[in-house]
Ligand binder design. Structure first.
Ligand code: UDX
Length: 437
């Protein structure tokens, strides 16, 4: 099929590449000419395992191309996906101005009698589909189109494999014609397809991400009870996670959730529920618990090092989770900044995220020593703080780490290491919600 994706960010670019990979002809539109030129040169603006190969392969096969022209994209496609950002506003509600602008742009280029399906793939508040349809109608009285909601559930770091093997595909549509075309798009993925009305599809995305955030905050709250009582949160998570109704996934206690989705989507769902007159107070508690995790962690560090001023502290990890270079809304970055604010001398290492953390000025490179490997970070350190569970950290020679440190004190914010092993290696080891050995 001929598909157009407007917006070449994480969701747009990976979706476009994967649609091409299964045989569709895809044109990706972005209004940033530099990004489009980069993509045309074969350079990928984000790090995502497997993405570069898929993009190159499909560009060579002439199934994938990039342009700045919405008209070109809409003209040459039966289905137009909107995958532009929906950032949060200061009050937590969703800024829909990019979606609105794209709706107007699409209206401006739709030709009379040429039917198009306009698909919202961005995460948007319930009832946005109705507004997109109204906007297109207002700006183009002759347009023949249907608006469909098709939320994307991909995770950063495994976006390609999530997209190629989705748990489910949600199609929110009130038109049989549009539903049939959407089913054809997804047919090659062989995933269960759930057809709903547009409002329900939109709600599914916010409800799913808020539920996952709730799961994380739940286990994090349990981790505090474990610390107060001497129980081990990993064992508790195994014990409750083996109940098939609960499941073990997303029960990893630690520094809390970050990234571009969960913090934003929980805030948005709180704002949406308030706007609809049915405030979802449980989610306010989810946010509160999440915020407390970093404070509790730093309190723990302070309880050992007392004053952080001038203390040499190594931080492993800057990205909001492993296998991505994304440092936006990363708890690890927040940790580094809070240590620096207290006057600590921080040496930080991350396998992929350091460059962007500096480039986007998320950390002050004059105040943080960015180093080239994990061992350099721990040289003479009085404490090592692990903030992101990269497998590279699990594979370190821990004997060597201990030898290099001034004091073998480790605070593991992601429960990556085994407490007994760390004790046997001679570390004083503190995890989240686990008793020391
Ligand atoms: C998430 C959703 O999983 C995805 O479906 C949606 O489309 C976008 O948001 P992503 O933000 O890429 O994806 O990351 P995810 O792997 O879900 O992790 C989010 C955050 O939760 C990370 O900071 C991670 O460290 C944290 N997390 C996750 C925990 O603290 N504990 C867990 O058990 C799982």
């Amino acid at each position: 099929m001929d598909l157009c994706i407007i917006g070449s960010g994480y969701v747009g670019l990976v979706s476009g590449a994967c649609f091409a990979e299964v045989g569709h002809h895809v044109v990706c539109v972005d209004n940033d000419p530099r990004k489009v030129e980069m993509l045309q040169r074969g350079e990928i603006p984000i790090y995502e395992p497997g993405l570069e190969d898929i993009v190159h392969r499909n560009v060579s096969a002439k199934r994938l191309r990039f342009t700045t022209s919405t008209e070109d994209g809409v003209d040459s496609s039966q289905i137009v996906f909107i995958a532009v950002p929906t950032p949060p506003q200061p009050d937590g509600s969703v800024d829909l101005s990019f979606i609105e602008r794209v709706a107007r742009e699409i209206a401006g280029v739709l030709k009379p009698g040429e039917y198009r399906v306009v698909v919202d793939k961005s995460t948007v508040p319930v009832k946005t589909g109705e507004k997109v349809a109204d906007t297109i109608k207002r700006y183009n009285k002759q347009a023949t189109f249907d608006v469909v909601s098709n939320p994307e559930f991909l995770r950063e770091g495994c976006a390609v494999s999530d997209l190629m093997n989705p748990d489910r595909v949600v199609i929110g549509s009130s038109s049989q014609k549009a539903t049939d075309l959407m089913k054809q798009v997804y047919e090659p993925f062989r995933a269960p397809i759930l057809v709903t009305d547009v409002n329900s599809a939109e709600l599914i995305k916010h409800a799913a991400n808020s539920f996952l955030s709730l799961k994380i905050s739940y286990i994090n709250a349990v981790s505090a009870i474990c610390e107060a009582s001497g129980a081990d949160v990993e064992l508790v998570a195994d014990g409750i996670g083996t109940d098939r109704r609960i499941g073990r996934n997303f029960l990893n206690a630690g520094l809390g959730y970050g990234g571009s989705c969960f913090p934003k989507d929980v805030k948005a769902f709180i704002a949406i529920s308030k706007q609809l007159g049915v405030p979802f107070h449980l989610l306010e508690e989810v946010e509160k618990i999440n915020g407390q995790m970093l404070t509790r962690f730093i309190d723990k560090v302070r309880s050992k090092l007392w004053v952080l001023q001038d203390k040499k502290i190594a931080v492993w990890g800057m990205t909001f989770k492993p296998d991505t270079d994304d440092v936006r809304n990363s708890v690890a970055i927040e940790l580094i900044n809070r240590l620096v604010a207290e006057g600590a001398q921080v040496s930080a290492y991350d396998p992929k995220g350091a460059e962007k953390a500096v480039q986007w000025k998320l950390i002050d490179s004059a105040k943080v020593r960015i180093v080239a490997n994990p061992l350099e970070a721990v040289q003479d350190a009085e404490a090592l703080l692990l903030a992101t569970e990269w497998s590279e950290f699990a594979a370190q020679d821990l004997e060597e780490v201990r030898k290099r440190m001034h004091t073998p004190l480790v605070f593991d914010g992601r429960n990556l290491f085994d407490p007994q092993m760390m004790a046997d290696l001679g570390f004083e080891y503190h995890a989240v919600g686990r008793p020391g050995r």
